[in-house]
Design a protein around this ligand. Structure first.
Ligand code: FAD
Ligand code: SF4
Length: 485
C-alpha cells in the first residue's frame, strides 16, 4: 500500500473537461488529463484491499489495480506501465471509453468516492508510449499454424494480439475501409480520438499482424479458401442489427438508425467519402434521439457539434436515482443516472416517455413531429410494464429522428459462406459453447458476435479468452492429438 493515509488525505478528482463553448467547435477529446503529481495523489487513495474487488469483480480484464497504484506512489512508473500493459494490452482504448466497472466495484466507494482508476490508466499508458516503454514486441518464435479473424473491432483486435503473442500467424479480415470496428465508426472522435486507435493498430502491424480491409466474408472469402489456409477461424463480426421501432410513420424520411448517423460523421472526419445521404446531418434541425443510453448520448454530442437547433433525448424508462439504489448494491454495476460529457453540452433529456407515432409534414413524406405519451412503470406478474398516463399525449417537433434503441444480434446483412450458415442456429444471435466454439469444429465466435452487444472492455476480454481457447485447440495434447478446422 503506497500511502496508508492517502484515502483520508486526498479527495477523488473527477474528470475535468474542456469548456463547452470551446469543445463544441471541434471533435477533439473533451477530457483534460491530470498531471503526474495529481495522478500520484489519486493512486495514493488506493487502500490495497486484501480482496481487491476492482480487480476481481469489476474489471473483465482483471487489471492489477492495487499493484500499479502502489508502484506509481513509489515513483516506479516504468514498472507500473509494464504491469498494466501485461494484463490489459488495450489500456489506451479502455482508459478512454470504458465506463469503469472497476470503479463501481472499488471498496473505497462503499463509504467515499472510489479511486479514479480510469484516469490513472490513461496517464500511465500515455507515459508508457512517450517513454518508449510501450513498443512493438513481436513474438520470438513463430508457430506453423495460421489463424484468420473476421472483424477488426476490439474482440478481433484482442484475439489477434493474443494469438500473435503466442506465435500464430494472424490475418484479420475487415469489411470496412479501415480496421477498428465500433471504435472507429461508432464511438465519436470526442470520446476516442482515432489517432489513439491508429497508434495501437500500428503497434499490432509492427508485431506481425496483417489487416486486410474491404474484405467481406461470404462475398470475397469462400469456406474452401479459409479452411485451406487457416487452421482455425474466429468470427468477431459484432452484433450490429439495430432494434427498430415499428410504429405508424416509421417509413417517413428523416428517421435513421443511430449507427448510420454516427458512422457518417466518423467517416467525414476521417476523410473517407462520406455517405451521399445529406440527411445524416443535424445542422439546423430539430433532432429527437429515441433511446437514453450511451449511443444516444453520442448522437447528442455529435448533433450539437453539427449545429442542431434543438436536441431532445427520449427514454421510456423513468429517470434513475443519482445514488446507488438498493436493488444494485455494491459491488454490482449501479443502476444510477449516467451523465456523459455530451449531456453537459446541451440538449434536453425526457424520461418515462413513449413514442406512439411519427407524424408527417404537409408533403406526407418527411417526419415533422413525434406523438408521445408519458408513462408510469407498474409492477405486474410479468415484471415492470409501462402504462400510459391519461391526458399526457403530446407532440415533439422533429425533422431528424435517430433511433438509438440497442442491438438485437448479428447483422442481417452479414453474408456467410453456405458452409458456415450452421452458426445461425439461434435466429440472428449465433451460438457457441462455453469454450467459445461454434457447432463447426475450429470455428469460434468472439466479442459481441458471441455474447451480444455489450462494452468494449468485455469484447476485449472475450477476445483474449477465445485466443487462449484457440491456442489449446491447436496445441497437440500430451497424447499427440491435435485439432484443426
Ligand atoms: C455508438 C456506440 C458507442 C459505444 N460506446 C462505447 C463506449 O463508450 N464504451 C464501451 O465500452 N463500449 C461502447 N460501445 C460498445 C462497443 O463499441 C462494442 O461492445 C464493441 O465494439 C464490440 O466489439 P466487437 O469487436 O465484438 O464488434 P465490433 O466493434 O462491432 O466490430 C465488428 C467488426 O466486424 C466487421 N464485420 C462485420 N461483418 C463482417 C464481414 N462479413 N466480413 C468482414 N468483417 C465484418 C465490422 O465491420 C466491424 O469492424 C459502443 C457501441 C456503439 C454502437
Ligand atoms: S478496490 Fe479500490 S481501494 Fe481497493 S485495491 Fe481496488 S482500487 Fe484500491
Amino acid at each position: 500500500m503506497g500511502k496508508p493515509t492517502g484515502f483520508i488525505e486526498f479527495m477523488r478528482r473527477d474528470p475535468v473537461y474542456r469548456p463547452v463553448v470551446e469543445r463544441l467547435k471541434d471533435y477533439r477529446a473533451v477530457e483534460i488529463p491530470l498531471s503526474s503529481a495529481e495522478i500520484r495523489e489519486q493512486a495514493a487513495r488506493c487502500m490495497d484491499c486484501g480482496t481487491p474487488f476492482c480487480h476481481g469483480v469489476g474489471c473483465p480484464l482483471g487489471n492489477l489495480v492495487p499493484e500499479f497504484n502502489d508502484l506509481i506512489w513509489n515513483h516506479r512508473w516504468h514498472d507500473a506501465v509494464e504491469l498494466l500493459w501485461q494484463q490489459n494490452p488495450f489500456a489506451d482504448i479502455t482508459s478512454r471509453v470504458c465506463p469503469a466497472p472497476c470503479e463501481s466495484a472499488c471498496v473505497l466507494g462503499i463509504s467515499e468516492q472510489p479511486v479514479a482508476i480510469r484516469q490513472i490508466e490513461t496517464a500511465l499508458v500515455e507515459w508508457g508510449y512517450d517513454q518508449g516503454v510501450i513498443k512493438p514486441e513481436p513474438p520470438t518464435l513463430r508457430r506453423a499454424e495460421h489463424v484468420a479473424i473476421i472483424g477488426s473491432g476490439p474482440a478481433g483486435m484482442a484475439t489477434a494480439h493474443r494469438l500473435n503473442q503466442l506465435g500464430f500467424s494472424v490475418v484479420v479480415y475487415e469489411s470496412a475501409h479501415r480496421p477498428g470496428g465500433l471504435l472507429r465508426y461508432g464511438i465519436p472522435e470526442f470520446k476516442l480520438e482515432k489517432r489513439v486507435l491508429d497508434r495501437r493498430l500500428d503497434l499490432m502491424r509492427a508485431e506481425g499482424i496483417i489487416f486486410e480491409c474491404n474484405v467481406h466474408i461470404g462475398d470475397d472469402l469462400s469456406y474452401r479458401y479459409l479452411t485451406d489456409r487457416y487452421q482455425a477461424l474466429c468470427l468477431a463480426f459484432g452484433a450490429r442489427e439495430p432494434r427498430d421501432l415499428a410504429i405508424p410513420g416509421r417509413e417517413l424520411n428523416g428517421i435513421h438508425f443511430a449507427m448510420d448517423y454516427l458512422t457518417a460523421q466518423n467517416r467525414r472526419l476521417q476523410g473517407e467519402q462520406a455517405t451521399r445521404d445529406a440527411d445524416l446531418c443535424a445542422r439546423n434541425r430539430h433532432v429527437v434521439i429515441i433511446g437514453g443510453g450511451d449511443t444516444g448520448a453520442d448522437c447528442l454530442g455529435t448533433a450539437l457539434r453539427q449545429g442542431a437547433r434543438h436536441v431532445v433525448q427520449l427514454e421510456i424508462l423513468p429517470e434513475p436515482p443519482t445514488v446507488r439504489p438498493a436493488h444494485t448494491p455494491w459491488p454490482d454495476w449501479p443502476d444510477v443516472l449516467r451523465v456523459s460529457s455530451s449531456h453537459h453540452e446541451g440538449g434536453e433529456r425526457r424520461w418515462a416517455t413513449a413514442t406512439l407515432a411519427f407524424l408527417s409534414d404537409d408533403n406526407k413524406d418527411r417526419v415533422k413531429a413525434l406523438r408521445c405519451v408519458n408513462v408510469d412503470w407498474v409492477k405486474t406478474k410479468g415484471g415492470n410494464q409501462p402504462r400510459e398516463k391519461p391526458e399526457t399525449e403530446h407532440e415533439v417537433p422533429a425533422d431528424l429522428v435517430l433511433l438509438a434503441l440497442g442491438f438485437t444480434g448479428m447483422s442481417r446483412n452479414t453474408r456467410l459462406p453456405p458452409e458456415l450458415e450452421a452458426i445461425r442456429q439461434c435466429g440472428n444471435r449465433p451460438l457457441r459453447d462455453e469454450t467459445g466454439m461454434t457447432a463447426i469444429p475450429g470455428i469460434f465466435l468472439a466479442g459481441d458476435a458471441g455474447a451480444g452487444a455489450s462494452l468494449a472492455v468485455r469484447a476485449l476480454a472475450d477476445g483474449i479468452r477465445i485466443a487462449n481457447t484457440i491456442n489449446l485447440f491447436l496445441t497437440p495434447s500430451e497424447t499427440g492429438d491435435s485439432s484443426s478446422c
